[in-house]
Design a protein around this ligand. Structure first.
Ligand SMILES: [Zn+2]
Ligand SMILES: [Zn+2]
Ligand SMILES: [Zn+2]
Length: 190
């Protein structure tokens, strides 16, 4: 059973974990926490509702912050797969992390947390460790075929793909599953 009901439940332990790592943390206007890491600003924000975050919600959410800020966006629910594709399309995989805790409704006891995007660095690690202390393990979303780092997705089947498992059609420029692992390339039309 998850030991958090709201993401704000982890605010205090998260501040402590970040300060222990030597980070300066402030409670931000309109956001959960702001953390300075050298020149970079990491903004951690949350949505406590358990429904899916759809692409239109995510866009508005991202656009409510400064463009240069790194974002760690948490929801008690989950992110629609289009949200992952959006980070790839917009080339913001190295600036934004999405963490869905995976509760489907308020009474769901089984938290299956997944993370996607910028899943590295001290601030992300602190969030993962604080969730882990509460029995919530965070799985990183990886390439469908090898568990590698995601850089693309298949425009035919939607699979998330690493640099070795996608190819780009020379004609229409679509990214597709590599021919070694799927027939998406042969089946696509252009
Ligand atoms: Zn792969
Ligand atoms: Zn495919
Ligand atoms: Zn094509």
């Amino acid at each position: 059973m998850p030991t958090i009901r709201r993401i704000t439940d982890i605010e205090r332990p998260l501040v402590e974990a970040l300060e222990k790592r030597g980070r300066s943390v402030e409670k931000a206007m309109g956001a959960f926490l702001r953390v300075s890491v050298g020149e970079k600003i990491y903004v951690i924000d949350n949505k406590d509702h358990s429904g899916p975050v759809m692409l239109s919600n995510l866009r508005g959410w991202i656009d409510s912050f400064d463009r240069g800020d790194h974002l760690i966006l948490l929801t008690m629910g989950f992110f629609h797969p289009r949200c992952y594709q959006y980070l790839i399309d917009e080339k913001i995989l190295s600036r934004i992390a999405l963490i869905g805790i995976g509760l489907r409704d308020f009474y769901d006891e089984e938290a299956k947390a997944t993370a996607f995007g910028e899943v590295e660095g001290g601030v992300f690690d602190a969030v993962v460790s604080v969730l882990g202390d509460r029995g919530i393990d965070v799985d990183v979303v990886t390439c469908k075929y090898c568990g590698g780092r995601v850089v693309a997705y298949c425009s035919s089947c939607g699979a998330l793909l690493c640099k070795s498992h996608f190819i780009q059609c020379p004609l229409c420029k679509a990214t597709l599953c590599h021919t070694d692992v799927s027939d998406c390339y042969y089946k696509h039309e252009c």
